[in-house]
Design a protein around this ligand. Structure first.
Ligand SMILES: NC(=O)c1ccc[n+]([C@@H]2O[C@H](COP(=O)([O-])OP(=O)(O)OC[C@H]3O[C@@H](n4cnc5c(N)ncnc54)[C@H](O)[C@@H]3O)[C@@H](O)[C@H]2O)c1
Length: 455
């Protein structure tokens, strides 16, 4: 079984004996449009060739009609690696502006630490490049409007790199909600559990890191100036000056999934709590966070509530998943599969507590009650059957490939991408405001339509 979320597993096991399950393999989306001719290649570059930049490039080069031509990174070791992997003809530089100045580059992947996203994405669009910008789209919520504006003014395409938005699994979940299969969805839960040093961002610091191999000032950018300290570069997620904590790193993926499945623009109230309990390695962000979010009614969904949790000390194992709870059933969504469970209601009658009264009063209550609600024959009780239906991804399918293919396809068609800057800010907004709520210990009000913080 490929469904990975722990609660999904246990729910599945618990209910398996009671229900007849049906499993369907989802159909993969058609392959990305192939290039029209030999000159129809999209030349792209990568800015920030770390963990995700490498992952993005290794996927992007497998999309038909693409070619990696350049890599920018402020650490020499990563530029050397780019040549090692993709050949000595790859142009490399520590200054990303040299990449933007090259007319042979059509698109760039921005996979730098969060505090660089806004500037590099805007600079790239203003230089005429289309952009695949890693999540969260911005470091601070106030930076988002300028990215939207730059995309509008330049006509460039910007896709935010939260890959779930292109997944056929999430598309299935979205259809199920839209078709009313779950009834009225008033509650959504999502979680992310990790229980490893790497999961908690304890990444390696290479022994050759020095002011010779690293352009330290270019890493800092607009962040406060400070002397060279490699841990702040190689474990930048641990510091608010460059990263966005667990909310910006991981909640943002959950918001992307929820907003896509629920067809929602976001919550209007954000309340979080949490703490730094275990990974006390000098970081200034929490390692556990819980959030509650109110989603106002819109034309596409009723008012609903969301709870999120994230824990970097989860002894039960690593995993992430969603539960959409509707009046007619629940939808569990995890890496690789979706499951809809429908349960018989415990009883269809309004119910009575006659037994808590004296015998004579109880008899009177029961007489009145049965007068109003005669006992229904079991076969005609109108109760819905227990059902269980699963959808799994076809072998080899990855949402990462789907998201890159979607990006390059839209570069050719010039049609709007699935995760444009507005979608990106609507996912990043509540994630970044989760940090504001955590640090100020206050509820934050957000206007998800206008994408501004309310007083
Ligand atoms: N979509 C996903 O599933 C996913 C997964 C992981 C990371 N990410 C995102 O990708 C981004 C990068 O994360 P990562 O884990 O790869 O970090 P990383 O530290 O491994 O890589 C970042 C790279 O950027 C380089 N860099 C720093 N400042 C630079 C600058 N001014 N110009 C050029 N290069 C610069 C660093 O030297 C490093 O090689 C983050 O925004 C993160 O949130 C997304």
């Amino acid at each position: 079984m490929r469904l990975q979320a722990k609660h999904l597993m246990s729910t599945t096991r618990r209910n398996f004996l009671q229900t007849a399950g049906v499993t369907s393999v989802l159909a993969a989306a058609p392959a990305a449009a192939a290039p029209k001719g030999p000159n129809d290649k999209i030349n792209f570059a990568c800015i920030g060739f770390g963990i995700m930049g490498q992952g993005d490039v290794s996927t992007a080069v497998t999309v038909p009609g693409t070619k990696l031509v350049a890599v920018a990174d402020i650490y020499q070791g990563r530029l050397d690696l780019a040549k090692e992997r993709y050949g000595k003809d790859i142009f490399t530089t520590r200054d990303y502006r040299e990449i933007l100045a090259r007319p042979d580059i059509d698109a760039v992947i921005v996979a730098t630490p969060d505090h660089w996203h806004q500037q590099q994405a805007i600079d790239a669009m203003r230089a005429g490049k289309d952009v695949y910008c890693q999540k969260p789209m911005v470091h601070k919520v106030e930076q988002g409007a300028a990215v939207i504006q730059a995309a509008k003014e330049t006509g460039r395409i910007l896709q935010v790199g939260s890959q779930r938005a292109s997944s056929i699994l999430y598309a299935k979940a979205r259809d199920l909600v839209k078709e009313g299969v779950l009834g009225e969805v008033r509650m959504v839960e999502a979680f992310w559990d990790r229980n490893s040093a790497q999961g908690a961002w304890q990444y390696s610091i290479p022994p050759d890191a020095s002011t010779t191999t690293v352009d330290w000032d270019r890493f800092l950018g607009t962040a406060p100036k400070r002397p060279f300290e490699p841990v702040r570069l190689f474990r930048w997620r641990n510091y608010q000056d460059y990263g966005t904590g667990v909310a910006g790193d991981l909640f943002v993926h959950l918001f992307t999934g929820i907003h896509y499945v629920m067809d929602s623009n976001g919550p209007n109230r954000v309340m979080t709590t949490g703490g730094l309990y275990h990974w006390k390695d000098g970081r200034d962000v929490p390692d556990l966070m819980m959030g509650m979010y109110d989603y106002p009614q819109t034309a596409t969904h009723p008012e609903f509530n969301l709870s999120l949790r994230l824990n970097f000390l989860a002894g039960g194992g690593e995993g992430s998943g969603f539960r959409f709870i509707g009046s007619e059933g629940v939808l569990d969504l995890a890496v690789g599969g979706a499951l809809v469970l429908k349960r018989k209601p415990k009883e269809t009658e309004p119910g009575t507590t006659a037994g808590t009264f004296s015998k004579s009063t109880a008899n009177q209550i029961l007489k009145d009650y049965r007068g109003k609600y005669p006992v229904q024959p079991a076969s005609a009780d109108g109760m819905r059957a227990n059902t269980e239906q699963r959808w799994v991804l076809p072998p080899g399918y990855t949402e990462q490939y789907a998201h890159h293919a979607n990006f390059f396809e839209h570069l050719r068609s010039r049609q709007p991408v699935i995760e444009d800057p507005t979608f990106g800010l609507r996912a990043a907004g509540p994630a970044l405001l989760s940090n504001v709520s955590y640090f100020t210990k206050k509820t934050v009000h957000w206007d998800p339509e206008k994408m501004v913080v309310k007083a």
